[in-house]
Design a protein around this ligand. Sequence first.
Ligand code: DGY
Length: 323
Amino acid sequence: MSKPRILVARAIFPDIVERLRQHFEVQDNPEDVIWTPAELAERLADKDGAFTTGSQRIDAALLAAAPGLRIVANMAVGYNNFDVDAMTAAGVQGTNTPDVLTETTADFGFALLMATARRMTESEHYLRAGQWTKWSYDMFSGSDIHGSTLGIIGMGRIGQGIARRGAHGFGMNVIYHNRSRLSPELEAECKARYVGKEELLRTADHVVLVVPYTPASHHTIGAAELALMKPTATLVNIARGGIVDDAALAVALREQRIAAAGLDVFEGEPSVHPDLLTVPNVVLTPHIASATVPTRRAMANLAADNLIAFFEQGAPLTPVNTP
Ligand code: DGY
């Protein structure tokens, strides 16, 4: 019997491609070419499955061009690149990679919070530019992390990981906002108190965004929300671009209506809003919150396991829809 045909849409660990070859006929992309939607559709036309990384849009037009496609395994926990309704209607299974990246991503969220609050990149640029000629009492004074109020918007697994780090590691007072409240047991474990979004924005010293990107979460933070925040507050986004209105944020940063921001994700990435590149009080990283070798390997292996389980056992491990 012939093996199912799989497209691996981006370059991934070569040994994991080899693992896939033991089960499938694989077309991969070792040169990591960024295919246009039309080029992707052309390559999927004769495929049974796809391994994607979150930067390939899977929508009705693409599905129409790939009539044999049965599963798309995303190497990401977020799957806003999937039109889930269109996939379900076309009978296509979608999967993601939850859990394996939770702690690594929470570590990074906390690192970005600390770098932002303590002005680490801004002060490093100053030093590298040879501008450090003397010590002064107010040089690069930031805001405290220990004992401050941490506001988390989006209290899924990663949000809870950040809450635990803040409450248990840094004695922070943790408040959160989410579509639904956590159980009393989880609230106690995270030492987190549920509040409305407006109260969170008004009272938090550090706001961290960890919500999934959906039409409902588009521009969760825009000019009106930024205006509610304290002028000393910081904002961190490790969720998805589009959750923050980057143009409004650049204005708030330039006018120091909030103290600073840390951004790992951007609307329209890898393009970054040009105004964000010119304000000093923002730490910018290129969507690397889950980027450690063990975690990226675990994500790639889970995406591969989903393909193998789907074709060999009839059901994937971590589905996102029920086609
Ligand atoms: C995820 O897993 O969703 C990360 O953002 C990496 O894409």
